[in-house]
Design a protein around this ligand. Structure first.
Ligand code: 3PG
Ligand code: CO
Length: 550
C-alpha cells in the first residue's frame, strides 16, 4: 500500500482531464526512405508538434532497463517504464545475470527439471522464440541451458522453435537454425541426443497474447506436444520448403514437425521436463496455461502429458503462471496507477485486445486488475483477427470514441489510451499499410485534440518505442538493403529511435516552463503525469519532462 501523494499548491489542475496517448511503435528515424510516419499525411500531429512544447525521449536500451543500448525498445519494458516512473532491470538483463553468475542453475526449479529428466530417463524440452531479438527471449539463454544440461548428464533434449522474423530480420530464420544445428552436432558428438523437434512461425502457433486467438495455441500444442502436423526431416528443410510454397515471412510460416520414418522425433510425453525459455510473459502465458490447468476451456488438448513445466520467468505475477520459473521477474512497486488510486484520482485505460494488457497490466508494473474498483475503468475493444496489413486502421476509431466520450463526460481525471497501429502494422513490414496506419491514427488524434480543447484538459502525445518509422532495413552506411529483385528489404522489428513527446494544454496558465527538459527517457512520463494532475511525485521517480513549478 502506498501513501497518497501530496498536492502541489503551485499547480492548479485543469478543468478537463489529463489524457495520455501512447502511439505504439512510433519514433523518429534519421532515414527518410522507409519512414512510414514521415511519409504519412499527419496534419494533426504536425500541428501539435509545431505549436506545442515538445521534445523526444529515449525508448530503448539502458533507458528502459535492457542490457545494452544496442537493444531496441519494446512495449513491455516501455509501458513498465512509463507507468512506473523509474527504470528496472528487465527480463533480458535479469536472465543474462542469472546465467552468468550461475544462479539460474543452482536454483531449485532447474534442479527439479534436470533431476526429473535424469531419474525418468526422459526428455528435457525447450519451447520458445528462436532468435536473439532480446524482446521475448534470447537464443544465447537456450544454448547456455543446453550446455549445462549436458554437463549435468541429461541425455535427451528436444527443442521446439518459434520462428521470429518480427524482432529480427523478417527472413532470418536460417541464420539461427543453421549455426544452431552445428552447435547441437557438437554437443551430440559425445553421446547425448539433442535435436530440434518442431516449430513454426510465431504469429501462427503458440505465441498468442491476451486471448486474441486461442486457435494459435491449439496449433502449437498439436505441433510441439502431440507431434501432429506436416513432417520434415529437418528444420532447414521445413523452412525452405514452406517459404517456397507460401512466400510467407518467418513469423507467418506454417507449423512443422521433425520426423524420422514417419515418427515425430520429439512429442512431449509423461515424465518429461519442459522449459518455456521466453522471459517475457504476454505471449508465453497461454501455452503455460495449456500445460498447467486441469480444467482447460480453450481447446481440446487430446492428450495432456504429466510433466515438470517451468517458464524462464513468472509470466503473470497475480495468477502465478507458470507455477515454476527459473528467474524471478523484476518486482516493480509503487506505480503511477497505484499512487493515483491512493490519492483518489479517477482513471480510465483503453486499447484494443492486442495492446490492452500493455496499457493496463504492463503499465501497472505487471499487475492484473485495478488498484481501485471505484476509481478506475479499463476498456478492451476486441481486436480483429486478420493480418493487420489488411486493416491498418485497426480499432483506432473505437478507441478514440471511448476517449472522447470519457473526456466529454469528465468522469475521469486521468485517461490513457494505446493506439497499436504504428506497431502492429509496422511489424507486418508492409510500407503502404504502415503509412495508412499512421494516417488513420492521425485522424483520431485530431478528434481527441478537439475534445480535449473543449473540455479544457491536457493532452500528452508520446510512444513506447519506435517501429513504423523504419520499415526498410538499412546497412551500416545508411543505405537501404535491397532484395534480389531490387525492392527494399522490409524491416519488421522495433527500432532504437527516440519517440515524440508533446504537451497540448489549451488553458495553460504559466504553472510550468514551456521549454521542456531534454535528454530524458520514457520513464520520465510517470512523474510528468503525476505533476500535471497537481501532485508532487515520489522522490525516487525519474525527473519530469515538463518543468512544473512548485
Ligand atoms: C510482439 O510481441 O509483437 C513483438 O515481439 C514486440 O512487440 P511489442 O513489444 O510492441 O508488443
Ligand atoms: Co511491437
Amino acid at each position: 500500500k502506498v501513501d497518497p501523494l501530496k498536492k502541489n499548491p503551485a499547480f492548479t489542475p485543469r478543468r478537463g482531464p489529463l489524457v495520455l496517448l501512447i502511439l505504439d511503435g512510433v519514433g523518429f528515424s534519421r532515414y527518410e526512405e522507409g519512414d512510414a510516419f514521415r511519409r504519412a499525411l499527419t496534419p494533426h500531429f504536425d500541428w501539435l508538434w509545431e505549436h506545442c512544447p515538445h521534445t523526444t525521449l529515449k525508448a530503448h536500451g539502458t533507458a528502459v532497463g535492457l542490457p545494452s543500448d544496442g537493444d531496441m525498445g519494446n512495449s513491455e519494458v516501455g509501458h513498465n517504464a512509463i507507468g512506473c516512473g523509474r527504470v528496472y532491470s528487465q527480463g533480458a538483463k535479469l536472465v543474462d545475470e542469472a546465467i552468468a553468475s550461475g544462479r539460474l542453475f543452482e536454483g531449485p526449479v532447474w534442479r527439479r527439471l534436470v533431476d526429473n529428466a535424469k531419474k525418468n530417463e526422459s526428455t528435457l524440452h525447450f519451447i520458445g522464440l528462436f532468435s536473439d531479438g532480446n524482446v521475448h527471449s534470447n537464443i544465447a539463454h537456450l544454448k547456455a541451458m543446453l550446455e549445462q544440461a549436458k554437463r549435468e548428464g541429461v541425455k535427451r533434449a528436444r527443442i521446439h522453435i518459434l520462428l521470429d522474423g518480427r524482432d529480427v530480420g523478417e527472413t532470418s530464420a536460417l541464420e539461427y537454425v543453421d549455426p544452431f544445428e552445428e552447435f547441437l552436432a557438437r554437443l551430440n558428438e559425445d553421446g547425448v541426443d539433442y535435436r530440434i523437434a518442431s516449430g513454426g512461425g510465431r504469429m501462427v502457433i503458440t505465441m498468442d497474447r491476451y486471448g486474441a486467438n486461442w486457435d494459435m495455441v491449439r496449433k502449437g500444442w498439436e505441433t510441439h506436444v502431440l507431434g501432429e502436423g506436416r513432417q520434415f526431416s529437418s528444420a532447414h528443410e521445413a523452412i525452405e520448403t514452406l517459404r517456397k510454397e507460401t512466400g510467407a515471412i518467418d513469423q507467418d510460416l506454417p507449423p512443422f514437425v521433425i520426423a524420422e520414418d514417419g515418427k515425430p522425433v520429439g512429442p512431449i510425453q509423461d515424465g518429461d521436463s519442459v522449459i518455456f525459455f521466453n522471459f517475457r510473459g504476454d505471449r508465453a502465458i497461454e501455452m503455460s496455461m495449456a500445460f498447467e490447468m486441469d480444467d482447460f476451456p480453450y481447446f481440446d488438448r487430446k492428450r495432456r502429458p504429466k510433466v515438470e513445466y517451468a517458464g524462464m520467468m513468472e509470466y503473470d505475477g497475480d495468477k502465478h503462471i507458470p507455477r515454476q520459473y527459473l528467474v524471478a521477474p523484476p518486482s516493480i512497486d509503487r506505480t503511477v496507477g497505484e499512487y493515483l488510486a491512493a490519492s483518489g484520482v479517477t482513471q480510465m485505460a483503453v486499447s484494443e485486445t492486442q495492446k490492452f494488457g500493455h496499457v493496463t497490466y504492463f503499465f501497472n508494473g505487471n499487475r492484473t486488475g485495478k488498484f481501485s474498483e471505484e476509481l478506475e475503468e479499463y476498456i478492451e475493444i476486441p481486436s480483429d483477427i486478420v493480418p493487420f496489413e489488411w486493416r491498418p486502421w485497426m480499432k483506432g476509431a473505437e478507441i478514440a470514441e471511448e476517449v472522447i466520450k470519457a473526456v466529454k463526460e469528465n468522469r475521469f481525471r486521468f485517461i490513457r489510451a494505446n493506439f497499436p497501429n504504428g506497431d502492429m502494422v509496422g511489424h507486418t513490414g508492409v510500407f503502404q499499410a504502415a503509412v495508412c496506419a499512421m494516417e488513420a491514427v492521425d485522424i483520431q488524434l485530431g478528434r481527441i485534440r478537439k475534445a480535449v480543447e473543449e473540455a479544457g484538459g491536457i493532452l500528452l502525445v508520446t510512444a513506447d518505442h519506435g517501429n513504423c518509422e523504419e520499415m526498410y532495413e538499412h546497412d551500416k552506411n545508411g543505405n537501404v538493403v535491397r532484395n534480389p529483385d531490387g525492392t527494399p528489404k522490409a524491416k519488421t522489428a522495433h527500432t532504437l529511435n527516440p519517440v515524440p513527446f508533446i504537451i497540448y494544454d489549451p488553458e495553460y496558465r504559466g504553472d510550468y516552463e514551456t521549454t521542456l527538459r531534454e535528454g530524458l527517457g520514457i520513464s520520465s512520463i510517470g512523474t510528468t503525469c503525476i505533476e500535471l494532475l497537481g501532485f508532487i511525485p515520489p522522490d525516487d521517480y525519474d525527473p519530469g519532462i515538463v518543468p512544473v513549478k512548485r
